[in-house]
Ligand binder design. Structure first.
Ligand SMILES: *Cc1c(COP(=O)(O)O)cnc(C)c1O
Length: 400
């Protein structure tokens, strides 16, 4: 018997069967039909079959950390990604702790806002819209303030698409005797992170990003010794990571109603992730998606906000063209009519828009995205997609 490969880079992936547009957005994103199909049956949250799914989910997430995964625990939590970030911050940072927040976009800002809500002291390094935080600045900030206990960073800052240099950040953090927490919401499962190389205490992600599940829960991978020491830290019952973990260890169940259908879909998403070659395979597909997208868009005159070195395989920010006939809302509608939902920009200084590379789609689809962009420009009467000179000047600030 020959086993048919379920995934091959040359074999186009299935198109959305219900004729819905591709979501070129960083989650919720386009999922496989088989993932959606798993949501057609109901599960008792206390039943052995569902408890087995929870156990599978936890074990498989840890396996993605490689050998060092044995030192960590996986704690799933109900809610969107922000909920699990809040659970990580509130549970792992003692009430008298202090955080250095590394910000370069909206998700870093949200971390600082969360810390304000839950009453944890913080100091921030704010790099603006897209500059990466670097080791020397972190070292200086940590040397200057001995009260800082933790550093928090966003792995792929989804607002610009920058892939922050977590290895460098981790080294600077631990060299100064502090602990690192990572929001890897939009990167985990597609960008390799091995705790043997990049040390951290906890990393969070959610079901509806690179694992390609549907929204409804997130998960925290946390060093076991660290988790054990967090009892009593949490500011809130619902967000108490230790309590969720202790209950799950004891009963195999979630403390409160779990998103049963979402978990069932996630198990199928994990199966597809494995069939594709795990983190490496998924990362390769997304990288190829990005390369086809970026090459094609550049050929149309579009320019990326980031230089190649900082481009993630997750989402790409393009400057809005200078041509007076270009109007983003019109472009959005024209792209949607061709089957592609793109994403508005989130920068404060220059106009931009974003195109996600993640979700159940491949480079064949990305080539069609570029074609759709070309046709849409023609329909608007835009001769060149080149950005205004001011945008390019802005980019010159970006360190090499
Ligand atoms: C998606 C995302 C989140 C969580 O957002 P939700 O809307 O709460 O799911 C957090 N951080 C990053 C970097 C993200 O990409």
């Amino acid at each position: 018997m020959t086993i048919q490969p379920e995934f091959s880079a040359e074999q186009p992936l299935e198109a959305p069967r219900l004729g819905e547009p591709y979501l070129l957005t960083p989650g919720p994103l386009t999922t496989a039909y088989s993932v959606k199909e798993k949501m057609l049956r109901d599960w008792g949250s206390w039943d052995g079959d569902f408890r087995a799914m929870t156990a599978t989910l936890r074990a498989e997430m840890l396996a993605m950390l490689g050998q060092a995964g044995s030192e960590y625990e996986c704690v799933p939590m109900q809610g969107s990604g922000t909920f699990v970030v809040e659970a990580m911050l509130g549970s792992l940072i003692p009430r008298d702790g202090k955080v250095l927040v590394l910000m370069n976009g909206a998700y870093g800002q949200r971390i600082a806002k969360t810390l304000d809500y839950i009453g944890r002291a913080h100091t921030d390094i704010d790099k603006g819209d897209y500059l990466p935080p670097r080791a020397d600045e972190i070292t200086a900030a940590l040397d200057a303030d001995p009260a800082i206990t933790h550093v928090v960073v966003v792995h792929c800052e989804t607002s610009s698409g920058i892939l922050n240099p977590v290895e460098e950040i981790s080294r600077a953090t631990y060299a100064a005797g502090r602990k690192l927490l990572i929001d890897s919401m939009s990167a985990f499962g597609a960008v390799d992170i091995d705790p043997a190389k990049v040390r951290f205490e906890a990393i969070v992600s959610s079901a509806n990003k690179c694992i390609e599940g549907v929204p409804g829960f997130g998960f925290i991978l946390v060093r076991k010794s660290e988790l054990e020491a967090t009892k009593g830290n949490a500011h809130s019952l619902s967000f108490d990571l230790h309590d969720q973990w202790a209950y799950m260890e004891k009963t195999g169940q979630w403390r409160f109603t779990p998103p049963t259908h979402v978990v069932a879909a996630f198990i199928e998403a994990l199966r597809l992730h494995k069939a594709e070659g795990g983190v490496a395979g998924r990362g390769q597909r997304y990288t190829r998606n990005r390369d086809v997208l970026v090459d094609g868009m550049r050929a149309l005159g579009f320019e990326t906000l980031l230089r190649d070195r900082w481009l993630s395989p997750i989402i790409v920010t393009f400057f809005t063209p200078a041509d007076a006939n270009f109007e983003f809302n019109r472009f959005y509608e024209l792209m949607k009519a061709k089957g592609f939902i793109i994403y508005p920009g989130k920068l404060t200084v220059v106009d931009s828009f974003r195109v996600g590379c993640i979700g159940r789609m491949d480079h064949h689809v990305m080539a069609r995205v570029v074609d759709a962009a070309r046709t849409s420009l023609q329909e608007m009467g835009v001769a060149s997609a080149a950005p205004p000179a001011s945008a390019l000047n802005e980019r010159e600030n970006l360190a090499a």
